[in-house]
Design a binder for this molecule. Structure first.
Ligand SMILES: Cc1cc2nc3c(=O)[nH]c(=O)nc-3n(C[C@H](O)[C@H](O)[C@H](O)COP(=O)(O)O)c2cc1C
Length: 195
């Protein structure tokens, strides 16, 4: 079988489906579902990027406050993840409408989502115009995890995360998937010192 050319729309996948919280000047929080969430710098410093369309209400809020929280939802939240990506916070209070619980963050103003087991607080250090989406680069200032995710030695047990993966087929239809099984431990980082 040969190869065929397909549409280049959103060609890299899967990516995590994440819920990003932001806050308006009057304190009202908002949530946007994003498939474009990336680790841009890993440790020194830790920077997490998000790609947000210019027309999104969240784009306006994050540009103003320069803060956001990346909340990683488990598959049990799938319906709410889809709902948060289907309406704009300009018209709807998504916390109230979709039954999500806001918790105060430790450093930034946007709230954590209690139902998400991982919450990453970010302060914007750069906003770059890329194309049809802008790239927000957020320095990570705090990371919260549910205690239930930790093993006996206090390490995050990734098998308990149950994240939602976001995919595209070449007809540009989005699909949600769950993870399958663990294949192996990463040998690369064991065989060299950290860079
Ligand atoms: C699974 C999924 C992934 C999405 N990924 C993105 C994305 O990466 N960037 C983006 O700007 N919008 C993305 N969207 C669309 C926004 O979530 C949607 O337009 C949302 O209603 C905007 O909310 P807001 O106006 O309150 O900010 C995605 C939607 C879904 C359902």
């Amino acid at each position: 079988m040969g190869k065929v050319l397909i549409s280049p729309f959103r060609p890299v996948y899967p990516t995590p489906a994440a819920l990003i919280t932001s806050v308006a000047a009057d304190g009202r929080p908002n949530i946007i579902t994003l498939g474009e969430v990336f680790n841009l710098s890993l440790r020194t410093p830790t920077i997490v990027g998000i790609a947000v369309g210019k027309a999104r209400y969240s784009h306006e809020l994050i540009s103003r406050s320069r803060e956001y929280v990346v909340n990683l939802p488990p598959t049990a939240l799938l319906e709410k993840v889809d709902q948060c990506g289907s309406v704009s916070g300009r018209h709807v209070d998504k916390f109230a409408a979709f039954g999500l619980t806001a918790l105060p963050a430790s450093v930034v103003s946007p709230p954590l989502i209690a139902e998400c087991p991982v919450n990453i607080e970010c302060r914007v250090i750069a906003i770059e115009e890329i194309g049809d989406h802008d790239l927000f680069q957020g320095r990570v200032v705090a990371v919260h995890v549910d205690e239930a995710l930790l093993d006996e030695e206090g390490r995050v047990c990734v098998a308990r995360l149950d994240p939602i993966c976001f995919m595209y087929n070449h007809n540009a239809l989005g699909e949600y998937w769950s993870l399958g099984r663990k294949l192996a431990d990463l040998r690369y980082t064991r065989s060299r010192s950290e860079t």
